[in-house]
Design a protein around this ligand. Structure first.
Ligand code: AR6
Length: 170
């Protein structure tokens, strides 16, 4: 795809050795369950400390960057997807903005390899069959963007069912 490769893997994102992983955070950057909890558990307290020192929050559809703490990555990019209501409250565009913000930050920090989870499709309830085309579409656009540093985007899917939806969409 464009300048690099798009990979789909069934994986725990905290185990991946890439330049940056994307977290599915909340607007308060307060930590939580799901992949956010797993990332903070694995990374240790440095991430939360850095988030508190550098940022007061992160509006839905945007992203902020920290170091990787104990994770085998340079950066964690904390992106905030929308909570699903009914699809008529801008959820698809906000999800696209969250991915775009994350991939743009990764390129601005000269990352070549990035891994992302399926943002918003867990606790936030975004239907995965509607989210997958948005996730894949923004990743392809990021790989095609002129001048991008990105050469590999991996979607780390947490279940066979999620992997199957992304694979079918691709
Ligand atoms: N690796 C990869 N994917 C994972 C992992 C993991 N270790 N753990 C869970 N997933 P969610 P959201 C998948 O709920 O819907 C938090 O409390 C999970 O199966 O983590 O964006 C935040 O603080 C699902 O497919 O994120 C926010 O408050 C996907 O990651 C809120 O949840 C996203 O599910 C964000 O909700």
């Amino acid at each position: 795809m464009g300048n690099g490769n798009l990979l789909l893997r069934r994986a725990d994102i905290t185990t991946l050795r890439v330049d940056a992983i994307v977290n599915a955070a909340n607007a308060h950057l307060a930590g939580g369950g799901g992949v956010d909890g797993a990332i903070h558990d694995a990374a240790g307290p440095d991430l939360m400390r850095e988030l508190g020192e550098r940022y007061s929050g992160c509006p839905t559809g945007s992203a902020v960057l920290t170091g990787g703490g104990r994770l085998p990555v340079r950066y964690v990019i904390h992106a905030v997807g929308p909570r699903w209501r009914d699809g008529d409250h801008g959820e698809p565009e906000l999800l696209a903005q969250a991915y775009r913000s994350a991939f743009t930050l990764a390129s601005e920090h000269s990352c070549t390899t990035v891994a992302a989870p399926s943002i918003s499709t867990g606790i936030y309830g975004f239907p995965i069959d509607l989210a997958a085309p948005i996730a894949i579409g923004t990743a392809v656009a990021a790989l095609e963007a002129p001048g991008t540093s990105l050469r590999e985007i991996t979607f780390a899917l947490f279940s066979d069912a999620d992997l199957e939806v992304f694979a079918r969409t691709l």
